[in-house]
Design a protein. Structure first.
Length: 246
């Protein structure tokens, strides 16, 4: 049944109101759950490919589990890339935030990792690329970089989803903010400001797969983090980094 133009306009306005509310909540709390982005069959396929990848020796031991930075460049994982790209995740974030975002190069595939409290900023050797603090304002521009966590299993009834300190993206310290456990259902994605204080917990007894991808509004902060991320991922993967890029 076709809707008339008046009804379509009304629906569009309601959608706009929802996105404005979600965007406002995101700016305040630092995270958002986008429901039912992936279908069950797609998730089963991604899990199968990911499991085979790690079983065949892909990635490396990390934080009690396994990790593969820059996984999108692996030919054996190309089917996952196709499924991911079909979801137009960048468009979802752009609608949520009300401005265009681009893929920033950050992409990790994880299995059974537990990681303590941290913020996703450049660390160790990659810190040299962080010219401005993530909490600076430069020429009216601020850091607007967002991470997407896609869990390949349901976390509605356990505490192994994302654990955050709500609204902690606004401060540099890692002690402020009420602790919240996010419970994404199968097929959901969790979008969060990468400056938020967060951690990961794996309770054991099953395989906990996670895909993490980064997007951002293009400005100086974007380019600094992109360069540092590419440096970090190359180093983790044993790829030579050109010192002239620093």
């Amino acid at each position: 049944m076709f809707r008339d133009r008046k009804e379509q306009t009304s629906i569009a306005k309601e959608v706009d109101k929802t996105m404005i509310k979600d965007g406002g909540d995101f700016l305040e709390k630092g995270y958002h759950i986008e429901r039912s982005v992936f279908e069950d069959a797609e998730i089963s396929k991604i899990r199968k490919i990911s499991k085979e990848f790690f079983k065949d020796g892909g990635g490396f031991v990390s934080d009690g589990g396994y990790a593969k930075p820059d996984w999108i460049k692996e030919s054996s994982l190309s089917e996952i890339v196709k499924i991911w790209n079909s979801k137009k995740i960048g468009d979802i974030i752009s609608r949520l935030m009300g401005e265009p975002v681009k893929f920033i190069g950050h992409n990790d595939l994880h299995l059974n990792r537990s990681v303590g409290w941290h913020k996703d900023r450049l660390n160790n050797d990659a810190r040299v690329f962080e010219i401005n603090s993530p909490w600076d304002s430069v020429g009216g521009e601020t850091m607007k970089i967002y991470k997407v966590n896609f869990y390949l299993q349901d976390h509605e009834n356990n505490n192994d989803g994302l654990i955050i300190r709500e609204s902690s993206h606004k401060v540099e310290n890692m002690t402020e903010g009420e602790i919240k456990i996010i419970h994404p259902k199968l097929g959901d994605i969790v979008i969060f400001d990468q400056r938020i204080t967060h951690k990961a917990h794996y309770s054991g007894g099953y395989d906990r797969f996670l895909i993490c991808m980064g997007y951002g509004v293009e400005n100086d902060f974007f380019h600094q983090f992109k360069q540092g991320t590419e440096f970090r991922q190359n180093k983790q993967n044993g790829v030579h980094n050109n010192a002239q890029n620093i």
